[in-house]
Design a protein around this ligand. Sequence first.
Ligand code: ZN
Length: 322
Amino acid sequence: MNRIPQHLPPADLGHGIWRIDAGLHKPGMVACYLMEQQGRAAIIDSGTWHTVPHVLEVLEAHGLAKETVDFVIVTHIHLDHAGGAGALMQQLPNAKLVVHPFGAKHMVDPSRISDAAIAVYGKDQFVHDYHEIVPVDAERVVEAPDGHRLALNGRELQFIDTPGHAGHHFCIWDAKSRGFFTGDTFGLSYRETDVDGRAMVIPTTTPVQFKPDVWQQSLDKLEAFSPEVMYLTHFSAVRDVPRLMASLREGLRDHHRLAQETLGHENAFYAIRQGLLDWLVGHCSAHGLDWTDSAIEEFFAVDLDLNTQGLVAWQARYGAES
Ligand SMILES: [Zn+2]
């Protein structure tokens, strides 16, 4: 069933948190997380339909029966985060799906998110990557508005509304580890780009709800908790949060500026993609990463295209009022 066997082994991040490689696109690109609290479990972000057997494997390896999973939590409903949630829920009889209020109805009737993803990726790529988006029974869905709290076997999780990457995005505060599960709100940070143990972070401006100013306000909300660790979907845990926060904020401003400067450009897609590549090359070099321009372009190919499409969509939606 799992057509994408290539993934990194699960990693123990402490505090009962395990990183699971969702196996989308390539190893080390998309994560989901297992949180275990004295015999009860939550899965945070689901990966895709193809990820489900691997999540079940990891549960089994931890001696956690399917019945011990109380929550499947999706940071937002983009398919790399939530595409497999319905299929996973079918396997977990006691789990509730926890989702942002703006995302809930699309998990019950996923036709619109499927159509939107097909518009972004094309039908063939959609089927290859996501296979199928399984609906979730409405009675099993818990909407988590800003400030919502729930307990995993007594371990408190708090939900913070964080629009900017997407309007249906929340981050999950785990007081025990003093960490946030950030989905895409803390950007992308791949472990391959670590230099001497220092992480590099870049924005992810995926279509179609990128709002740079609102995103900065969401970062203010995260910053107020003084988090010590961020659990990123792309990819794994990062510390050194204040430095990365400043870098992400600057990257967001740069992406916003590029979208403004190329507004009305004859071939905005090309201009933005080239601008983003130039930005990435500078960003990697400032970070001390010794990669050629073409190695950078190849490594970030998926993100470059998505970020470009997102800035083009931003221009169409909000460009005139920026
Ligand atoms: Zn994502």
